[in-house]
Design a protein around this ligand. Sequence first.
Ligand code: UDP
Length: 327
Amino acid sequence: MKHILVTGGAGYIGSHACKALAQAGYVPVTYDNLNTGWQDAVKFGPFEQGDLMDRARLDEVFAKYEPAAVMHFAALSQVGEAMSEPGRYWANNVMGSLTLIEATVAAGCRNFVFSSTCATYGDQDNVVLNEDSAQHPLNAYGASKRAIEDILRDFQAAYGLNHVIFRYFNVAGADPEGEIGEFHRPETHLVPLMLDAIDGKRDGLTVFGTDYDTPDGTCIRDYVHVCDLVDAHILGLDWLEQGKESRVFNLGTGSGFSVMEVIEHSKAVTNRPVPYSVGPRRAGDCTKLVSGSVRAETELGWRAKRSTLETMIADAWRWHQNGHYEK
Ligand code: UDP
């Protein structure tokens, strides 16, 4: 069976990718420093603890498993933190990824799947965001991901490192079987924070700004179910294994929902009120991020199956009530 090296496999998206890989007949090897990941989430293949910056450790893991491909999820990914501590984002995300990419090439592995972000586009009023849109990130998170995309292009040209870049929109939901889910400490993402507020685990949700140029004044995002997202990664892996050209794909549904709309849907799904108050804008937030591309559908054959707000919130709610990890 083929091994796939999954960096960040102990994290939210990485652990769902490991489950999908195992179901598709691969052996996912999780490489994670457990700074933000959870060993409890590593359930579908071997675990190797290590840091992206640790080249010797990476070399050891590549030699041990001879992975057919790398799926690279490990990253710092919070917009607020990226604004206040940009150096950590450049160091961990860019230097860490460069170390991983160099180790990949040195090990003779030539297939690389990278999790990038719609945050690389930045705020572009009335522009349809497709893969050819200009990239003007507003924060060090998006900027660091854009830089890694550039590194991959250079390594393709120099060493033939074939890669698929996925630019995620907003990922939500959880494994419908409840084995794994979203669990960040601290939590900064809208859906889990809202479920905490509904559940009384925190005082209430703060809506970051109601003065944006949108119909209800709150930011608009394109939410995609984590299981749909990782399905695309399996298709991306197939794409590379078929020897197709390196390619960028947006992963979003093309439908945008405001923060207030997410609150309304959460009320309906959980049948409980959402305690919230209105606060100031969060630095680094874009007004609207919605995918305008169907490239993943037309070229990869990807179909989003669980990405309605109702299903995403219902799956997240089920996990939220029963699931958590311990250090
Ligand atoms: N948001 C909010 N309150 C929160 C967390 C998030 O109003 O406590 C908003 C945020 O401003 C953005 C949307 O919810 O418009 C999604 O934010 P999240 O951090 O989940 O993802 P991001 O878009 O930053 O990747």
